[in-house]
Unconditional design. Sequence first.
Length: 150
Amino acid sequence: MIRLHQALTSFLGIGYIPRGGGTVAAAVACIIWYYAFDLAPVAISAGVALLITAYGVWGAGKMEPLWGKDSSKVVIDEVAGMFITLLFVPVTIPNILAGLVLFRFFDIAKPLLIRRTEQLPKGWGVMGDDVLAGIYANIVLQLMLYLQLW
């Protein structure tokens, strides 16, 4: 069972990349979103984002004793955050690229209480900052689209 958690939480090994694993995982999530959710109903894409987030909380918590607190090997949180960023956004390459830039900005800079979520216990702390970064990125992207700034 631990090997399954290692594979899933590292997003099939992307977390083992020495530098930039989170960015690579987010970029791969964008590619998956583009091909898998272009024509999918919103309920399916939202359900998948919710399932990945829920698994991420559980899986990251399971991996903490082996890999340590908030290990860089755990990148399922970036996948969940990226999927949340793209929820309810028209699936186009420019929108996805804007979402990637916004998500990575919020995930790295950690403004507006994002950093505080890292203090939550186990998998909640691992996933919390990326989920909140995804929510913020989604809001900004939605505003950009609504105001036709993009």
